[in-house]
Structure formats: C-alpha cells, structure tokens
Design a protein around this ligand. Sequence first.
Ligand SMILES: Cc1ncc(COP(=O)(O)O)c(C=O)c1O
Length: 337
Amino acid sequence: MIQPPRKHLARLPTPLEPLDRLSADLQEHGIETRIWIKRDDLTDTIASGNKIRKLEFSIGQALAEEANVLVTWGGVQSNHCRATAQLAARLGLKSHLILRGNEPDEYDGNLLIDRLVGANVTFAPLPEYQQMDDTYAELQTRYANQGLRTYRIPVGASDEIGLWGYIACAEELKSDFESLELKPDAIVSATGSGGTLAGLILGNHLYKVDTTIYAFNVCDDEAYFLKKISEDFTAWRSRYDIEVNSADIPINVIEGYVGPGYGSANPEVFDTIHRVARLEGIVLDPVYTGKAFHGMLTELDQGRFQGMKDIVFVHTGGMLGLFPQKHELFATSDQVS
Ligand SMILES: Cc1ncc(COP(=O)(O)O)c(C=O)c1O
C-alpha cells in the first residue's frame, strides 16, 4: 500500500468512554443499548474535532509539495476552515479562507478564531462562492506574485487524501476495542462533507474492525452522499493503487435529521444537547454532533438499532458552533427530568 504523506498534529489516541448515566437513562425508557463515545472533540484544544485528523494528511501533502499558503472553503462558522487556519498558524504557514456569505456584524465562534490566528478571509455569497476554480486561480496568481505557493484543500478536507484521517481513526478504534474487549454493533457519526464517513468505512474494512458504520447527514440527502463517497473511493483506489471491492464497503447514510436546513436545528436537537450536557458533561453542537446524536437516540427509540448491545458515537467536535446559537439553545426547554 502506498503510504500518503502525514504531518502528525492531533493529540492521539482520543479516549473511548462509556456514557453510563445516559445509558442508564435509556434503560429506564426500555432501551438496553450501551452508548460509548469516541472523544474526537479532544484531538486538540482550538483545532479539536474530526478536521484535524483529515488535515494531518492534507497538510502532509501540502508540505510535500512545498506549499506555504493553505487555501480552503466553507461556511462562515466552518469548523474545517477554523482548524485549517489554526494549524497553519501553528506551522508558520499562511491560510486563506473563502467563507460562504456576507461578513457578519459580529465575529463569534469559529470566525472569531479565524481572525485571531491571522487567516486571510474572503467573504463570498452564492453564487460567487461556487466559482471555486476561478477563485483559486486568482489566489494562486496573487500569492505566486509574492513568491508563495498555494495548496488547495477541498471543503471539509473530504477527498481521497483527507479520508486517510478516518482510516487511521478506524485503526485506533480497533485497538480501543481490543483493549476494552468490546465488540460494538455499530459506529455512528455525523456526515457533512463525507470524509469522516468514507474513512471510517474504508478503515472498518481494511483493519477488519468488524462492525457497521452509520452516519446521519446534516445537509443534502442520502443520494448526494452515496455519490460523493463513491467518487472519493474511486479516486482513493486509483491514487493509492489499492484494490477494494465495492460490495465490501457498504455506505449507510440515515436521512431525515437535517431539520430546517444545514446549520439550523429543531428544538428537539437542542433538547438532546441539554440532555447529554446535563447527564454526561459533554457538549454537542447544533450543526453536526447534536443532530447526529439526536438521530441516534430517535432511531434507538424507533427500533432501527434494536437488539444492539453497544454503539459507539464518534464525537467529531464543533463546540464553537454552539456559541453563535446561544439564543436558540436557551429558547428550548433546558430542563432534564
Ligand atoms: C464538528 C463536525 N462534525 C462532523 C462533521 C462532518 O464531517 P465530514 O465533513 O467529514 O462529513 C463536520 C464537518 O463537516 C464537523 O465540523
């Protein structure tokens, strides 16, 4: 197998822990499943979350190509853009972020950190945001005139390079499971740009983790992710010359939990965020992990995961996304009985 360049940046391994109080609470409601959490919200402090695992490989490739400006895209509150900017600062590189939308009046959450760590930011409302090739070509020329070399990281670092981050996480999970003598029935996460899910699926297969990977989409729909992830698999196989049979890598996306839209959550998601925070002291976010966790609890209740003894939820971070939604957080019930 061709080994991709990697720059070790995350604090690994992250803990895998049982959520005992939540599982006891579920038991009181007739659900016998034990929930575990893989604490990928602890991969670092500010750059925490799933992005840093993927960026280890994207930045590894950028350094191999002697780039010194990381260029990437995302929403105004993008965790991925913020992690890229922070890691660029940590490595003495420049970052340039193209953020979807207009400049807000107030800098909060991820955007505040982007500014703090010195990212160059371009605000680009739709449809301008979608002109990625043109924007990148312009930036490439602009930085080349200053004697600098750019490297383009796709949205969410979700491509055949970034997905190595979660292939490596699957290997880590295998060793967690061995040391805990755990045989989980499922691993669950959120999917936004597809890379985390794609990596977990491939890693589950390559390292014979022997479980089923499910993801709840927080934007788009199942059809979109099946296409995106299949394309990433094809690019990965061809770039690294690896033989994997598609039938051995099923893609399980559970839809129905996007709510009002990407970045915006129903009151039930905020209720789940309150419940987990109060029972376990763990903070989920309304854009990714709160929606996926809420989806997992709802599906447990409705029977899709019936009979499963142990489920591992991958906490992919995103806490900074909670702060710009503090009014919505306390607009819902914040009482857990
Ligand atoms: C906190 C958080 N969780 C989950 C995801 C989803 O991961 P992916 O983009 O790899 O699908 C993202 C980013 O999209 C994220 O920022």
